[in-house]
Design a protein around this ligand. Sequence first.
Ligand SMILES: Nc1ncnc2c1ncn2[C@@H]1O[C@H](COP(=O)(O)OP(=O)(O)OP(=O)(O)O)[C@@H](O)[C@H]1O
Length: 231
Amino acid sequence: MRARKDKKMEAVKVTCVKKAFPGPLGPEEVLKGVSFSLEEGSFTALTGCSGSGKTTLLHLLAGYLKADSGTICLLGRHLQDMSPKQAAIFRRRHVSMVFQEAALIPSLTVEENIVLPLVMDTGRLLDQDRLTGILESFSLSGKLGRYPAELSGGERQRCVFARALFSDAELILADEPAAKLDTRQSLELMGALKECAHTWHRTVLMATHNLDLAQICDRELEIRDGVIHFL
Ligand SMILES: Nc1ncnc2c1ncn2[C@@H]1O[C@H](COP(=O)(O)OP(=O)(O)OP(=O)(O)O)[C@@H](O)[C@H]1O
């Protein structure tokens, strides 16, 4: 486990970001000047009504979309200063995006799903202590040899976050990760995400419609009328 740093840094700084999409009557501006920052090791909910721009904002942070204007600074690096290749390498190393559906490789066990991306990518040897710690955080200790089809929906989703944690990604972006889970599974996932942030010092931004889950986070940001409101 990494040692806790004394001074908290800004992991994300978004300044005056605008994004429009083409509409039938011309460009429709979804984000009209979004600004906020996220402290390293924080767990933040991103709320807003359907179509308010939550996924658009996560995709801008993940680099899947490009902002029309404004700046996005992740872990001290400005995305707009990077070439597409540099940005792709940076994202692969530092940012993990998790979707509503847990995306696991069905023919691999829980352990293989969690460790293979990092081990194959970096050639690093498996750090068994680190794996054990992460499995405990996500209540997956007894499931190492299981295949995804043998897990519950909640366990599958926790496995995806365990993989993100094992991969070293400092920034974890989650788009409605609890949408397909029941209340108990959602609460378990929230506990694991809190641990990702507070114990493992990752910065977690989670889009959600569920205001009860948003309350569990350290902070809530709401997108309304194309700008961020701090709740
Ligand atoms: N590629 C695109 N082309 C055109 N319009 C788009 C595109 N992507 C998103 N939009 C529009 O941008 C707006 C915001 O969409 P977005 O998916 O970010 O909202 P959201 O807050 O995540 O919604 P939900 O909660 O329903 O998932 C919507 O009106 C959507 O139709």
